[in-house]
Ligand binder design. Structure first.
Ligand code: ADP
Length: 307
């Protein structure tokens, strides 16, 4: 059995359901990627999620939901004295705003037990993490986390990094820049978003984003740009450009990047080559932006046709 593992934080989501009522859900970028990878990979692949949760009812419910989606939960460590982070979506005059309670979130302990973390990564064929997985950790946790990924990579795991910048989660901009480099240095594949790289590093073209992550040692870099050109560099094939499917209207871009990452990495995992992986990724993301919410029920016939 091959294994695709994503690592990070999944939070409780409270979304407005009218009349001061809130609907409880679970959401997290790396969890979204696991959800889509499970749909795209054949059954000889296990897809697992690695995080730390509490031992309380809400944590158990999250594990049940994941298992319900076919995601393995044996890499989720449950600790007694913490619980899940939580965020609430508020709607005011049609605009969404977010409030977070994640200071004591159990996921911050993801790298506190390096032996446990190494054991989860042992034998993983693909390990995916994000800028959020790094940002929530304390500085020494980030080092331990990257050390474990680097060791896994040396043992043959394909390590993939979705940069997902969240400036408010990092101590400051310099630390975020250093953190991104640290993440890229332990990764085979990096999946940055051009607008974020432009904002943080002043890139004027995707080629500059690619050059920076190539210098960190990445072998494949896919620079996303929303509806704009997707630019992919691969150490074997050089640079290729792809145009995302035209979508009108776009309903909700939540999880566009997370589902894109799942498609791209699943394509590579199935050894389909860069162009097919890119088309698979764009086809998945195209469906996701045409539906509400992060976890969309994919039409697989349409996706297989595109890839
Ligand atoms: P991220 O959420 O990581 O910043 P993007 O917004 O660039 O990522 O979106 C990831 C992918 O989703 C794009 O490469 C594209 O394939 C698809 N996508 C996102 N927005 C649109 C859109 N408006 N029209 C068509 N495709 C889109």
């Amino acid at each position: 059995m091959k294994r695709f593992l994503t690592l990070g934080e999944c939070m409780v989501e409270l979304a407005p359901a009218g009349d001061q009522l809130y609907r409880r859900g679970f959401a997290g970028d790396t969890f979204n990627t696991a959800y889509y990878a499970r749909r795209l990979l054949p059954q000889d692949w296990a897809v697992g999620y690695c995080t730390v949760a509490g031992q309380d009812a809400v944590s158990d419910d999250m594990l049940d939901l994941m298992r319900g989606h076919g995601i393995e939960t044996r890499s989720i460590r449950q600790v007694a004295d913490r619980t899940l982070g939580l965020y609430m979506i508020q709607l005011k005059d049609g605009e969404r705003s977010f409030s977070y309670w994640r200071g004591q979130s159990a996921a911050k302990l993801l790298a506190d037990d390096p032996d446990w973390l190494r054991a989860q990564l042992d034998g993983a064929d693909v390990a995916q993490f994000s800028g959020i997985s790094l940002a929530i950790l304390p500085p020494e946790g980030r080092e331990a986390f990257c050390e474990a990924l680097s060791r896994a990579r040396a043992n043959g795991t394909h390590v993939a990094f979705d940069t997902n910048l969240r400036p408010q989660l990092w101590e400051d901009e310099a630390t975020m820049r250093a953190g991104l480099r640290m993440g890229a240095e332990v990764s085979d594949t990096v999946l940055p978003s051009f607008d974020e790289e432009q904002g943080l590093f002043g890139d004027t073209a995707p080629a500059e984003t690619i050059a920076r992550y190539r210098d960190c040692g990445a072998k494949t870099i896919a620079v996303k740009d929303g509806a704009g050109t997707l630019t992919v560099w691969d150490h074997g094939e050089g640079t290729q450009e792809f145009q995302p499917v035209k979508i009108d209207p776009v309903i909700d871009t939540t999880a566009a990047g997370d589902s894109f990452g799942a498609g791209f990495l699943a394509g590579l995992a199935m050894e389909r080559g860069i162009a097919e992986a890119a088309h698979l990724a764009m086809a998945v993301a195209a469906q996701v932006v045409q539906a509400r919410g992060a976890l969309v029920d994919l039409d697989m016939t349409d996706i297989e046709g595109a890839a």
